[in-house]
Design a protein around this ligand. Structure first.
Ligand code: TSB
Ligand code: ZN
Length: 585
């Protein structure tokens, strides 16, 4: 999908279209006041104060009609420059614009406003020359948005739109938007009964339904096996800890706004944990360690709770209760490179198995100009950052460096992906940490018999099972590869009277081999049952009639194909096994 913000011409047009929208709003709602109307990747929006009024679907059409009218009228867009004093005078009745003007840099001695017909707005520009140039636009959606994003402030009405140079581009864009909506994991997740939410459980707390639970179990088994092969040791720990635990780790001071409030039980004060690192630090610290034991890799599928803003929670992608595919790797300084390499190798391996191709590696580094912001050990930082770079280069991975984005405690690598709807998110992460082991006074004995502090790598390959599942739903559009599909094979006996027995036999054989099978022996037409299997995106559909029964054969149709293939039962079993093992569709 095109990124409008990155296209200069479209950026200008969309910004002008935001003004056109504001003008139309002013015509229909004379009391309206305007906050900001920026260009975004998907077009533009404008945040508007409509008093007590709330925008509804049909208002978008009315506004669009008004915008078309203004555009036809064809007024020129004219720039005027004012001093700050003049601007303050001009917008003296508009608290929003006054707020903007007052926040402008003192040195900014020219303030510009743009006028088109009866409408003037404070703006840096640039704009198109006349509103006539804005012909191919669409208002897309609306939502509430707190002024300055702060829930203590008034809720404004945000209207989104997009503008293009010609009708074809606009139509293509609208089609892509529609496709993205169809791919949205929230829609597919509900249609395929993967997860649900309920107000009584709470916001950002999805419930995994049986189909979702199968997918999640497959993911768990898959990554557990990989991690076991790599020498990880898996643990179980409680999803709460005392406030003191999180004071020791530093989260209480630095991460509190992302945590649920604490609760008192007898004389202990607990928090729902936002991270598992402190628990794993304690497990490491439970024993004395020699350098010969390192790396020690402690893994857990661990439930965490985070306070995410209610406007930010989204299906399985951004939740308040999540399960991380977490591990903390305890290494010597010399082992950082080797261990980091293993983590990147695992990420690449997993992405290959899932056919994930569109992702970006982001290497977050320290800002060398602002060393005070970071854990104070220059040599450690330099070595670590160079090591991470070298590993990525060795793999030939493309990555970009985000200077100044490292955590206080060390550099990190994130993998970013783009969901069907909304901004990019991080899936996998690997974060170096020089500090946490110190806070927990962890150590190992080196070859000279001296105490040393290990370095910790925090890493999550799937990120969370929640977010990863959301992503896989969108990647596959719900047509999961055989090994992940909740129902793998659907069996349709053509006629229950004659073919049910054979169908039952095949079902049993498949189940004995571990497949998840559904027998659709409902008294419905064959075509109806076939269509439903397609809707449920079941990978293999078997149609069993006379011929199949008499010759011990299977006729099957793969999801998405309208071709039926007939082969011997043995060949079918072999085929299915091959598809399963190779993680194909
Ligand atoms: C990797 N302590 C580390 C851990 O050891 C940690 O918690 N890192 S994290 O904060 O980056 O979270 C790990 C992963 O969880 C992220 O990469 C992201 O994929 C996923 N994640 C974070 N917040 C959410 C959320 N609200 N909903 C779903 N997944 C999330
Ligand atoms: Zn961690």
């Amino acid at each position: 999908m095109i990124n409008i913000k990155e296209n200069e011409r479209l950026s200008i047009m969309n910004h002008s279209c935001a003004h056109l929208l504001a003008q139309a709003v002013k015509h229909l709602y004379p009391h309206a006041m305007f906050w900001v109307g920026p260009v975004i990747e998907e077009g533009f929006y404008y945040d508007i104060d409509l008093g007590d009024e709330v925008i509804k679907e049909e208002d978008l059409e009315r506004l669009e009609r008004e915008m078309k009218k203004i555009s036809k009228d064809g007024k020129r867009i004219v720039r005027h420059e004012l001093t700050k004093a003049e601007a303050l005078e001009m917008f003296k009745d508009d608290p929003y614009k006054l707020d903007l003007i007052n926040r402008m840099d003192e040195n900014e001695n020219v303030i510009s406003v743009y006028s088109q017909g009866d409408f003037t707005d404070l703006c840096r520009g640039p704009h198109v020359e006349t509103v006539k140039e804005l012909k191919y636009f669409k208002l897309i959606k609306f939502s509430g948005a707190y002024w300055k994003g702060d829930s203590k402030n008034k809720m404004l009405q945000r209207i989104y739109g997009a503008c293009f140079e010609n009708e074809e581009d606009l139509n293509n864009y609208m089609r892509e938007l529609e496709e993205a909506k169809e791919r949205d994991h929230r829609k597919i997740g509900s249609a395929l009964e993967i997860f649900m939410s309920h107000d009584l459980v709470g916001k950002g707390m999805p419930l995994w339904l049986p189909n979702g639970a199968i997918i999640r179990k497959q993911l768990e088994n898959y990554i557990y096996k990989k991690e076991q092969e790599m020498g990880y040791q898996h643990v179980y720990t409680p999803c709460v800890g005392t406030v003191d635990l999180y004071k020791t780790s530093g989260h209480w001071d630095h991460y509190k706004e992302n945590m649920f409030p604490s609760m008192k039980v007898d004389d202990e004060e607990f928090v729902l944990r936002p991270m598992n690192c402190p628990h794993h630090m304690l497990i490491y610290g439970n024993k004395l360690h020699s350098y010969r034991d390192l790396p020690i890799r402690i893994g857990e599928f661990a439930t965490d709770f985070r306070y995410e803003a209610s406007g930010a929670v989204k299906g399985l992608e951004r939740v308040r209760c999540m399960c991380q595919n977490d591990a903390h790797l305890f290494v010597t300084t010399e082992q950082i490179g080797e261990e980091f390499k293993k983590v990147v190798g695992l990420i690449l391996d997993v992405y290959k198995d899932f056919g994930i191709k569109n992702y970006k590696f982001r290497l977050s580094l320290r800002d060398p100009e602002d060393k005070e912001k970071y854990f104070d050990d220059d040599e450690m930082w330099n070595n670590a950052e160079n090591t991470l770079r070298a590993v990525l280069n060795d793999f030939g991975c493309e990555y970009y460096e985000a200077i100044g984005e490292a955590a206080f405690y060390g550099p990190k690598l994130d993998v970013e992906v783009k969901p069907a709807v909304g901004p990019e998110v991080t899936l996998s992460t690997c974060q170096l940490d020089f500090l946490l082991p110190r806070r927990f006074e962890l150590s190992y004995i080196d070859s000279k018999g001296e105490k040393q502090v290990p370095v910790v790598l925090h890493r999550a390959i799937f990120g969370t099972f929640d977010r990863f599942t959301a992503f896989i739903i969108e990647e596959t559009k719900g047509a999961f590869p055989l090994w992940l599909a909740p129902t793998q094979v659907n069996i349709i006996p053509v006629n229950n009277e004659y073919h049910l027995e054979y169908a039952l036999k095949i079902k049993e054989e498949l189940q004995q081999q571990g497949y998840r099978v559904n027998l659709d022996s409902r008294d419905e037409k064959l075509s109806y049952r076939m269509r439903e299997a397609q809707l449920n995106k079941i990978p293999y559909n078997l149609i069993l009639g006379d011929k199949e029964r008499d010759n011990e054969q299977i006729s099957y149709r793969k999801f998405g194909s309208d071709q039926t293939t007939t082969i011997s039962k043995e060949d079918f079993m072999e085929l299915l096994n091959k598809v399963l093992v190779n993680k194909e569709n």
